[in-house]
Design a protein around this ligand. Sequence first.
Ligand code: PMP
Length: 422
Amino acid sequence: MSAPIPRGAPETPSRPDDRPPLDPAVLRGEFPLLAANPDFAYLDSAATTQKPGAVLDALDRFYRESNANVHRGLYPLAEKATAAYEGARGEVARFLGALAREVVWTRGTTESINLVAQSWGRASLGPGDAVLLTGMEHHAGLVPWQILAAERGFELRFLPFDARGELELERLEALFEDGRVRLVGVVHGSNVLGTINPVERIAAFAHERGALVLVDAAQTVPHRRVDVRSLGADFLAFSGHKAYGPTGIGVLWAREALLETMPPWQGGGDMILSVRLEKSTWNELPYKFEAGTPDIAGAVGLAAALRWLDSLGRDRIAEAERSLTAYAVGRLAAVEGLRLLGEPDERGPLAAFDLEGVHPHDVAQFLGKEGLAVRSGHHCAQPVHRELGLAASARASFAVHTTRDEIDRLAEALVRCRRYFS
Ligand code: PMP
């Protein structure tokens, strides 16, 4: 039997945070990699974040002081490891306003969405059903459904976005009209357009029509308050490594009642109650979905990252990044020949762009030589780029340690870059 897990109390309502605004230059000092490279501007946090010392220390301390397998041993060290691992689950639950038994550890957003498709989707969807996705999904939000649709014979539908990068919500009525949509998959924050989608409104609309809602929160959990109940989600996925935690660990949250009805998707140790040669029975939630030895240290590291975020204050983070992003958008828009991809009303901390006459890879390489790390390519969102008439773009993305000085350096380097290549 697995150890009992703490039930994470739903998050306490936010109180106004009257501390002074966050200072990115000071926070930079908390990241050993950045502190060791004072002239390096890391502008690729949407791909993965740098790790604060608090997370590195938690990982190190776990391996030095608490390392053993979980849910198996009865000796004190194994109990300590299990307590750390399940304590981390409880912290994720609190962070999301959820219950600990609703938090399933995965490798990241991609695996979380595959879990929903292969477990809930495979058991629930067939000919005559439809899954509605948006035109701005990351490949992780698209391809698992394409694979399953080919096997189970259901239809995929798409909610398009407009020239500003906003979802065309007025089309929802027609897309739902025939009553076939069973699930809506929506990215909370687009990793290309920056758009923060109105998930609450979409969820209310879908629920009224009997559909479930899966939210890809990879680009929002690290940057703003995400509360699963107020969002109205049924499933929510995020990755630890984009939230200042380690790689290899992520979360699927789902409503308890849904998880209860879903079959396991991977078999092996720990997800079973009893095993006979021919047949087995399944463990209780959430272990039913966690076959094999998990990423124990990763869970502990992710909990440390969430604690660190909470110590800064999630509303303060959102405010600091909102102001930094507005500054960046202004500076970038003023660069001659630069076209920003998307002008959404509400933007997460990133800006993808096309620099006239310069290939995005050349942009990234040019900037890289100047100590500015930006991403180039399709950012795992090829359909978004196709819609915009581009094969690829460059993207600068920001974090709590991003300074206005780094944005100035970026804008100035882009002016030189265009001159160099023209
Ligand atoms: N969704 C979005 C919006 C993303 O930005 C990413 C990462 N680029 C993913 C899903 C996939 O995350 P991971 O690779 O950590 O599974």
